[in-house]
Design a protein around this ligand. Structure first.
Ligand code: SAM
Length: 229
């Protein structure tokens, strides 16, 4: 049985898709999406040997070699134009790594209609990249499983009309999540706020060093945003 997190992601994939799951690890997501009839073909991309082998053996075990192509390679480079991939999932990594994968492989995204991104942390970095590269967030989800809170971002090609006023705050909290203001959202940001306060308290005792004042200001800004929303 796969995690609720991966199931939720699978339900966001457009029906009949050709999927690329980047950083696929055990290939659980494409195997599940195929078995549920959500997709018709998948590329399972992995950069690391261990996870790549694990994806290969799972795909073989389910006899899905014809339907899932397991490929070893860095990020989006495993996607070729002749694959006609229309949906890309990048899940279970930090926002910085997701941004890096998007940035360095963006020419492989031609023809891709939907991105489903699940940064474990630093979703802001991912939203910022999307905004600056003409990918519009069309929906967001937030969920909790085993004490972890996960944010899911769905983006489609197109201009994203995000007024400059308040833009950073929207990118930080997520426009849809901010509007929805669900109990899990509130829980997440209360946790974060408590962490910022802790860090600020610790900084108070720290010897002055490069960057500390900058860090303090950043945390103060986050706290102010927290109060505002
Ligand atoms: N996507 C799965 C999920 O959400 O459950 C697996 C997440 S796992 C924690 C992250 C995987 O991403 C690892 O297997 C790692 O090898 C892979 N990875 C990291 N950087 C990558 C890159 N540049 N290209 C492809 N895979 C990468």
């Amino acid at each position: 049985e796969i995690s609720e997190r991966l199931k939720t992601i699978a339900l966001l994939i457009p029906k009949n898709s050709i999927l690329a799951d980047i950083g696929s690890d055990h290939a659980y997501l494409p195997i599940y999406a195929l078995s549920k009839g959500i997709i018709r073909y998948a590329i399972s991309g992995e950069v690391a040997e261990g996870p790549y082998q694990s994806a290969l053996s799972n795909v073989n075990r389910y006899g899905l070699q014809e339907k899932i192509s397991v490929r070893k390679g860095d990020g989006l480079t495993v996607i070729q134009p002749e694959d006609h991939v229309n949906c890309v999932v990048i899940a279970g990594m930090g926002g910085g790594l997701i941004e890096n994968i998007l940035k360095s492989g963006r020419k492989h995204l031609d023809g891709v209609q939907r991105l489903i991104l699940q940064p474990n942390i630093h979703a802001y970095i991912v939203r910022k990249w999307l905004f600056e590269n003409y990918w519009r967030i069309t929906d967001e989800k937030i969920m909790e499983e085993d004490g972890h809170i996960y944010e899911l971002l769905i983006a489609e090609k197109g201009n994203w009309d995000l007024p400059e006023e308040g833009r950073e705050k929207q990118l930080f909290f997520g426009p849809f999540l901010l509007k929805e203001h669900s109990p899990i959202f509130q829980k997440k940001w209360e946790r974060e706020k408590n962490e910022w306060i802790n860090i600020l308290n610790n900084l108070q005792h720290a010897k002055t060093a490069d960057g500390i004042e900058q860090k303090r200001r950043k945390l103060a800004t986050y706290l102010q945003w927290y109060e505002e929303v």
